[in-house]
Design a protein around this ligand. Structure first.
Ligand code: NAI
Ligand code: 15L
Length: 269
């Protein structure tokens, strides 16, 4: 596959979309932006919902690849998740298939495997083929997205890299995040690798920086050519002083998915 140039970025108004709008053009991409809400300062962005199949068809026409970030990014009622994340992702894949788009990078999440026990010091890293244990309807919808991607590869030859993102924010804000944090710069490196690696079929990767306190294995991400450069450890002393080390007796700290397993944050809209 020739290296993609024009990339449709769904979820462009969101936190990660905003970070990637800043970072990805340096890799040579021309971004076409899509979101349910207007993207500030971007009058050409497409404002449409993932439920609008005609708008999606037009949005994907002529792009070389899609970075699919749009959707509900926290927990919500099953009905809301069904519309935005399950039907919405299906609508996007159908539009992409109809328009002949060959590559998708799908923003999956650690919450697909959120109930996996967090590794204690000395335990092996969580492998990429750990059994799926979604911690929310949100995590379940990302698990669906990964299966949809597999189906579209097996049946239609459409390639996807599903990135199980840990926490991609400018800085880690909790002791848990020290283990799953992906710096925005490493996020751009990983998404670039996912957009350009050859013959990915459907590949699932963990998305994080090369953290000292890493919980999961980055082998499949590195196999795409991803070379993380950041580590959350410089933030550790301050966060541990403020919050304390993770407590083996605290249920919020027992699993990869953290408090999503106990009291998940709810999507506000
Ligand atoms: P966000 O909530 O800031 O952004 C999501 C964007 O999707 C919003 O701008 C929203 O308007 C748009 N959106 C929601 N429903 C839509 C619909 N039906 N049609 C069109 N647009 C819709 O989330 P964030 O943090 O930017 O995450 C981006 C993606 O990455 C999400 O899919 C999220 O699940 C995934 N992810 C993010 C992580 C992170 O650390 N930021 C971690 C794991 C996964
Ligand atoms: C996610 O999947 C969410 O979209 C993001 O907002 C964070 O909460 C992240 O997981 C996390 O686990 O820290």
């Amino acid at each position: 596959m020739p290296a993609p140039r024009t990339v449709l970025l769904t979820g462009a108004a969101g936190g990660l979309g905003t970070l990637m709008r800043g970072l990805l053009p340096a890799y040579g991409y021309e971004l076409r932006l899509f979101d349910a809400v207007p993207v500030e300062g971007e009058p050409d962005a497409i404002t449409a919902d993932l439920g609008d199949r005609a708008a999606l068809r037009e949005a994907v026409r002529g792009v070389d690849a899609i970075m699919h970030l749009a959707g509900i990014s926290l927990e919500a009622s099953f009905d809301k998740i069904l519309r935005a994340n399950i039907e919405g992702t299906y609508n996007l894949y159908e539009a992409a298939r109809e328009e002949g788009v060959r590559r998708v990078v799908f923003a999956s999440s650690n919450h697909v495997v959120g109930y996996t026990p967090r590794p204690l010091p000395g335990d092996p890293l969580i492998p990429i083929d750990a059994p799926r244990r979604p911690d929310t309807f949100y995590g379940l919808s990302k698990s669906f997205g990964e299966d949809l991607a597999q189906l579209y590869w097996d049946r239609h030859g459409m390639e996807t890299v599903s990135v199980r993102i840990g926490s991609c924010f400018p800085e880690p804000t909790s002791v848990r995040m020290l283990s799953v944090w992906m710096s925005p710069e490493d996020g751009a490196r990983l998404f670039h690798a996912a957009l350009t690696a050859e013959d990915v079929g459907h590949t699932v990767v963990h998305g994080s920086s090369d953290n000292t306190r890493l919980w999961w294995d980055l082998t499949t991400a590195r196999a795409l050519g991803y070379e993380p450069k950041d580590d959350s450890e410089p933030y550790a002393a301050r966060l541990v002083a403020e919050q304390g080390e993770l407590d083996p007796d605290n249920p919020d700290h027992a699993h990869l998915g953290g408090h999503f397993c106990t009291h998940p944050p709810i999507w506000p809209r």
